[in-house]
Design a protein around this ligand. Structure first.
Ligand code: NDP
Ligand code: GDR
Length: 374
């Protein structure tokens, strides 16, 4: 019998990579998707299987992390060996605008799943993975951050994730549930949501290079992050649930770079050399030179980035750097994709999309949305 996994957030970046990974391992994969007024399954459309054909192994169920009865019903029907709770209102800046909803989904959502497993008497069968976050460290007390570093969350998102972290530990200690926290540092990919900083940059620069947008508007360029590739990180999510005993692990690359540096490298991938002028909210990035033919719409001197204070957060997480030594020692995990490789992959994908949109536009068809918003 194939092992069964249930993934919340299957339509998100990590959910889609994890579903692919588990299908390759022979799992039967069930995913929870939200009802939306337009299609929201683009990231998993390529693995969708016709349910009318023989022995499909990928199934989607309507549900929501705010809806206990749906979660309990789906778990009762699927009786999964592994539950991966990846669903979340995952945008830190948005959480300042929707704090209560973020708490409902990100904090109580975890509790609802754990309670459903317990209520259904599946403690001995179902293993649980909680998508915890480096945002828990917030105002950092130690660098690099590891499993023992004290938490100090700096946003409603991080506070909600702190609850989810501890309720996962609590169900492990109180009921003997095999429940693990993966404390994951930022991880990106061509499937990253368009309003997170890395994708906003690669997508925005690609659009600018192709003449679809004029300028990127950014927030704090000095923020420092430890960026890895999502494909590497979902492998670790699975590894954690294959251990002899449940535990919590930091997943990170151990390298730290600024948003400004990311911008410079992403531009270089499009053949654009950037020069930064000004300071604070007056800072701009302009084109210092162009090589190759990837940026036909630009010329030296064009301003491609300005600061817009609306992207500053009420409380910022200035710097994160992870130490994944425990995951390496105990589970043999190391990341396989370097940051330059990831930026190159993201830039190439977004350039491909931008070229397509530019072609459509030249023929009076489809108009891409700008890289605005959060
Ligand atoms: P995404 O934002 O790409 O995906 C989030 C997923 O959650 C989507 O499938 C979304 O559905 C779903 N979702 C949102 N609200 C609800 C809800 N109310 N009920 C059910 N599902 C919901 O996030 P990532 O894939 O990047 O991250 C996965 C998880 O890991 C999240 O919990 C995130 O907070 C956490 N995390 C992410 C890190 C990262 O760097 N990527 C680092 C550390 C933690 P829809 O597609 O319909 O919007
Ligand atoms: P983060 O990711 O908040 O770390 O949360 P994000 O990419 O949104 O921000 C990273 C840093 O870049 C700065 N920044 C900007 N951010 C955005 N989104 N847009 C901008 O224009 C911009 N300009 C500068 C931010 O201020 C921040 O310092 C991500 C999410 O995936 C969470 O779900 C996850 O838990 C953490 O990573 C680890």
């Amino acid at each position: 019998m194939a092992r069964k996994a249930l993934i919340t957030g299957v339509t998100g970046q990590d959910g889609s990579y994890l579903a692919e990974f588990l299908l390759e391992k022979g799992y039967e994969v069930h995913g929870i998707k939200r009802r939306a007024s337009s299609f929201n399954t683009q990231r998993v459309d390529h693995i969708f299987q016709d349910p009318h054909e023989a022995e499909p192994r990928f199934f989607l169920h309507y549900g929501d992390l705010t809806d206990s009865s749906a979660l309990t019903r789906i778990i009762a029907e699927t009786r999964p060996d592994e539950v991966y709770n990846l669903g979340a209102q995952s945008h830190v800046a948005v959480s300042f605008e929707a704090p209560e909803y973020t708490a409902d989904v990100d904090a109580l959502g975890a509790l609802r799943l754990l309670e459903a497993i317990r209520f259904l008497g599946l403690e001995g069968k179902t293993r649980y993975y909680q998508a915890s976050s480096s945002e828990l460290y917030g105002l950092v007390r130690e660098t690099p951050q590891r499993e023992t570093t004290p938490f100090h969350p700096r946003s409603p998102y991080a506070v909600a994730k702190l609850y989810a972290y501890w309720i996962t530990v609590n169900y492990r200690e109180a009921y003997g549930l095999f429940a693990c926290n993966g404390i994951l540092f930022n991880h990106e990919s061509p499937r990253r949501g368009e309003t997170f900083v890395t994708r906003k940059i690669t997508r925005g620069l690609a659009n600018i290079a192709q003449g679809l947008e004029d300028c990127l508007y950014m927030g704090n360029l000095d923020a420092l992050r430890d960026w890895g590739h999502a494909r590497d990180y979902v492998r670790m999510q699975w590894l954690m649930l294959q251990c002899d005993r449940p535990d919590d692990y930091v997943i990170a690359t151990g390298e730290q770079h600024s948003v400004r540096q990311f911008l410079i490298w992403a531009a270089a991938e499009m053949g654009i050399a950037l020069e930064f002028r000004g300071k604070g909210v007056d800072e701009i990035a302009l084109v210092a030179g162009i090589t190759g033919d990837k940026a036909p719409a630009l010329k030296p001197g064009d301003v491609v980035m300005r600061i817009d204070p609306k992207y500053f957060r009420p409380a910022e997480v200035a710097a994160l750097l992870g130490d994944a030594g425990k995951a390496h020692r105990e589970l043999g995990w190391t990341p396989t994709t370097s940051l330059p490789e990831m930026i190159s992959e993201m830039a190439a994908e977004d350039l491909k999309i931008a070229r397509r949109h530019a072609l459509l536009r030249r023929h009076g068809l489809g108009m891409p949305a700008a890289s605005e918003g959060k």
